[in-house]
Ligand binder design. Structure first.
Ligand code: UT7
Length: 322
């Protein structure tokens, strides 16, 4: 039986940091409100000329270095993102070209904040089917270019970044299970109103912005992330006490705390980066994973649950031994 396993991780954050104090000068908000309602203290913001593939290439280099693989080894690229450089060609092909990788399948998955979990789950299937031996999987966003910087209800929440992993075959898990889900009836609670076939011509450049009914999203996020975690543990007959780490989507500290409470998991088993990164959508889980791998908290053999929730709504989990 072939399993898939994460062989290395990497992340890249744009240099520019925007603090809550900086935002106090932009909109009618306070550091206190942002900290207590969201847990965010600062976020990285891409420069005007940076593209999402710029962040991806840097994160990918670090993941490849940590897995000790080169461009010649990569035989599959999947990128989870909602903010690709262009409508087409897909961002994975742009990264492929920039990294000197040729010929392998390269595609992107759009599942909002769950994009990386969808991408990793897809890679797991490729590897277990024997169709990929060295997959480069990335979650990345420059979501700050989709934000209305005069809307205090959204502009304080988000940040930019990219997280990458290398996935390879293994005789033992590795990835134990993946669970994905979606329910489009909630699509109006969190969306971007312009796309290739809808209102693109009508929209002036930069006129559009993310639309979110935050409070309603919050409630479904808390319920769904708890369900997702319980589903993964139950399906594998694993007790929550056996989990070494929960790596949840980093949208809001209160959502993370509610999920931990529901699982009766102490917060010192939960990786938290929302204070430093803000909500980076599809980049949040792989970046949080990389932070904890590099600072030594996550060790080889640890049992880890990754989970995410985002616009659509979409959701998903990956249970794995690192
Ligand atoms: O990643 C994908 C999924 N996304 C999420 O999971 C996000 C989920 N939602 C949330 O995290 C929270 O709902 C928010 C952080 C977005 C908002 O927190 P909330 O506790 O739900 O606040 P609210 O929207 O109910 O607003 C409470 C008050 C309102 O004022 P009134 O009507 O009570 O007078 C808002 O106008 O807070 C006000 N407010 C702000 N005040 C200061 C909203 N944004 C701000 C702000 N600064 N930045």
């Amino acid at each position: 039986m072939i399993y898939s396993k994460i062989a290395g991780t990497g992340r890249y954050l744009p240099e520019k940091i925007l603090t809550n104090a900086d935002l106090e000068k932009l909109v009618d908000t306070t550091d206190e409100w942002i900290r207590t309602r969201t847990g965010v203290e600062r976020r990285h913001v891409a420069s005007e000329d940076q593209t999402t593939s710029d962040l991806c290439v840097e994160a990918a280099k670090k993941a490849m270095e940590s897995a000790n693989v080169t461009a010649d080894d990569i035989d599959l690229i999947i990128v989870g993102t909602t903010s690709p450089d262009l409508i087409f060609p897909n961002i994975a092909t742009i990264i492929q070209d920039r990294m000197g990788i040729h010929g392998c399948p390269a595609f992107s998955i759009e599942a909002a904040c769950t994009g990386f979990i969808y991408a990793l789950s897809t890679a797991d299937k490729f590897v277990r089917a024997g169709e990929a031996k060295c997959a480069l999987i990335i979650g990345a966003e420059i979501i700050t270019k989709l934000i209305d910087w005069s809307d205090r209800s959204t502009c304080v929440l988000f940040g930019d970044g990219a997280g990458a992993v290398i996935v390879q075959p293994s005789d033992e898990p590795g990835i134990i299970s993946t669970h994905l889900g979606a329910d489009g009836q909630y699509r109006d609670l969190l969306y971007y109103p312009v796309g290739a076939s809808k209102d693109l011509a009508k929209a002036g450049l930069g006129d559009s912005r993310i639309i979110m009914k935050g409070n309603e999203v919050f409630k479904v996020a808390v319920r769904t992330l708890g369900n997702v975690a319980e589903q993964a543990l139950k399906a594998n007959n694993i007790d929550k006490d056996d989990l070494d780490w929960l790596v949840p989507h980093q949208a809001n500290l209160r959502i993370i705390q509610a999920t931990a409470k529901r699982l009766k998991l102490p917060m010192d088993k939960v990786i938290q980066t929302v204070q430093d990164h803000g909500n980076t959508s599809a980049a949040s889980v792989p970046m949080a994973l990389d932070v904890a791998v590099r600072d030594g908290r996550i060790q080889r053999g640890h049992l880890i649950l990754l989970e995410a929730f985002g616009g659509g709504f979409t959701w998903g989990s990956v249970l794995m031994r690192y």
